[in-house]
Design a protein around this ligand. Sequence first.
Ligand SMILES: [Zn+2]
Length: 57
Amino acid sequence: MSTQRPKPCPICKKPRSEEFAPFCSARCRDRDLANWFNDDYALPGPPASPDDVAKED
Ligand SMILES: [Zn+2]
């Protein structure tokens, strides 16, 4: 298994750059960080599991 293909940028799927790996650019890297922060602020409490939601119904 020596045929390793470089993974594309997870944000825009373009070939990634060595400098900004695993992203293709600083813009995509910052965008990924922003997504993380947005998730944190959107979910102040622990996420409810699908099983808990089903039991409450
Ligand atoms: Zn990108």
